[in-house]
Design a protein around this ligand. Structure first.
Ligand code: MLT
Length: 264
């Protein structure tokens, strides 16, 4: 079912009576990156996925976003959908939003699944890269930036064997509002570091990382695992940064086992 909440595009699937999983996508993608997980888990869970403000079908408005405003949006969606302690599942930028949401209000969630993400804020080099991205979009339009950024997210297997799928993803993101994409870059550039909160997370937590992830590599996520109480870590074969798209079978299996083991 499609809904609009606080101007944001929200997609839900499955029975509202079931436990909810709330999916938060990465940059510069939209809720469709979770389509294989929604297909699988809506059989036994109430799945909700939305387009982050400025991306996909959620309008950019004034294009001025912060990680805080993204977490405010997440909270409004939880409240409006009346989700009772959903399982929070975020990838990369969706993971930054999730990690900050866990810092602000972990009592609202029953568990966390953090895919291909990290708690550290951008360092100076990272901030300059974001600035260069914004300049490039201003100078050349969104398409060349989207093509290079997205191509770099995927591992070799997907790039060699799923060329058409990759082209479609790039094409879809190239059509986003450039002001929304730049707004996300600024929000990521300005986000706080959530590392200090990792040891305070007291929800069952699953960390998922693609073996070829260059943006948030396994070494970074294994360090994160050490800091979160009893966190579980699963590395996904034949996948880069976009594990739910690149190897949905292994990702779904890892999530299923995690949910089963924790009676969720
Ligand atoms: C993402 O997938 O959301 C981005 O790679 C995050 C980032 O650029 O830091």
């Amino acid at each position: 079912m499609k809904k609009t909440i606080n101007d944001l595009f929200v997609y839900t699937s499955g029975s509202e009576k079931n436990k909810a999983i709330l999916f938060v996508h990465g940059f510069p993608y939209d809720h469709m990156m979770w389509k294989e997980q929604i297909k699988e888990f809506s059989q036994n869970y109430f799945c909700a996925a939305y387009d982050i403000r400025g991306l996909g079908q959620s309008p950019a408005g004034n294009g001025q976003f912060t990680m805080e405003s993204f977490v405010d949006d997440l909270e409004i969606i939880i409240n409006e959908l009346q989700l009772n302690k959903p399982i929070l599942c975020g990838l990369s930028m969706g993971g930054y939003i999730s990690l900050r949401a866990l810092e602000r209000m972990q009592e609202k969630f029953s568990a966390a699944i953090l895919c291909d993400t990290k708690a550290e804020a951008d360092n100076n080099e990272g901030k300059l890269k974001r600035a260069a991205g914004i300049k490039r979009i201003n100078d050349e339009g969104l398409a060349p930036f989207a093509k290079d950024f997205i191509t770099n997210c995927f591992g070799d297997y997907f790039k060699q064997n799923k060329k058409k799928e990759l082209e479609n993803i790039i094409e879809a993101s190239s059509k986003f509002d450039p002001n929304g994409v730049k707004g996300s870059l600024l929000a990521m550039l300005g986000r706080t570091d959530t590392t200090a909160n990792l040891e305070r997370i007291n929800r069952p937590t699953l960390l998922i990382c693609g073996e070829e992830d260059k943006l948030t590599p396994p070494s970074v996520m294994k360090e994160m695992q050490k800091k979160i109480n009893n966190a579980e870590y699963v590395e996904i074969n034949k996948a880069g940064h976009m594990t739910p798209i690149e190897n949905p079978e292994e990702v779904n299996k890892a999530i299923k086992e995690f949910l089963k083991n924790h009676n969720l």
